[in-house]
Design a protein around this ligand. Structure first.
Ligand code: F6R
Length: 242
């Protein structure tokens, strides 16, 4: 695990975007695993800037997003499909049909999970999976539990997660109670993982995830078993690391 700590958000965004851009420059047909939430926004903005400056093209890239809320109407501002379109896809040259986000409005959600896995297994292996970190140690929406799921599945969101995400909605009552998420098994299959964490409020979970015991109680701790993880931290998030 390669842990890098940055003085400024700009530096962190630059390095995160450079790793992704250089993957795509080296292999234009890269498969990217993408995340939503506030954490990756600065990296996406830097990727857009590099695209606009002609440094990188996403024309042949395929993407798979980690997760999606269940039950938000199509086009809802806080659906992860809308987020990805607004924050990245609408500003680069990736064809929309090469982008994938689970469908949280599928009539049969279990069938949707199976077909997402099916699509991922028929595609090439994910070259890079980008991850943020939940305050409770979740990655994707894999919440702490006695056991974790390998593949894409339906989850009940923990109250703590709904509270953390309420800042994007008018009130906590509007935050969905369920989501579809890639499983930890799928995440760990990526050739490379970039975990990005910002802020003092995540310093203690960063320590647990990176230096604590490997346990399903902190799903991100399973990243310690992967051989190619780059962790990008601002100095606040790195504050409790030894
Ligand atoms: C988002 C996701 C979540 C977030 C995590 C952190 O696709 O899978 O695991 O990465 O909840 O969220 P932010 O970045 O908003 O603090």
């Amino acid at each position: 695990m390669n842990i890098l700590t940055f003085e400024t958000n700009e530096e962190l965004n630059q390095v995160g975007a450079n790793i992704i851009a250089s993957l795509v420059q080296t292999n234009p047909y890269s498969v990217l695993g993408l995340a939503t939430g506030s954490t990756p926004i600065g990296i996406y903005q830097e990727l857009i800037r590099q695209y606009q400056n002609g440094l990188v093209s996403f024309k042949h890239v395929t993407s798979f997003n980690l997760d999606e809320y269940v039950g938000l109407p199509e086009g809802h501002q806080e659906s992860y499909r809308t987020f990805m379109n607004n924050q990245l896809f609408n500003h680069i040259d990736i064809p929309m049909e090469q982008t994938h986000v689970p469908n949280g409005n599928a009539e049969d959600l279990h069938a949707e999970c199976l077909s997402y896995d099916e699509m991922m297994s028929t595609s090439k292996q994910v070259d890079m999976q980008l991850l943020g970190l939940g305050h409770n140690g979740h990655i994707g929406f894999n919440e702490p539990d006695d056991t974790l799921n390998g593949g894409t599945h339906l989850v009940e969101l923990k109250e703590q997660t709904r509270e953390a995400n309420a800042r994007f909605f008018n009130s906590i009552d509007e935050v969905p109670t369920q989501a579809i998420t890639m499983g930890v098994g799928t995440i760990l299959k990526a050739k490379m993982i970039i975990l990005v964490v910002r802020g003092k409020d995540k310093a203690s979970i960063v320590k647990r995830a990176l230096q604590g015991p490997i346990t399903t109680d902190c799903p991100a701790s399973l990243l310690q078993t992967h051989s190619n993880v780059v962790v990008l931290l601002d100095k606040e998030a790195a504050g409790e690391l030894q």
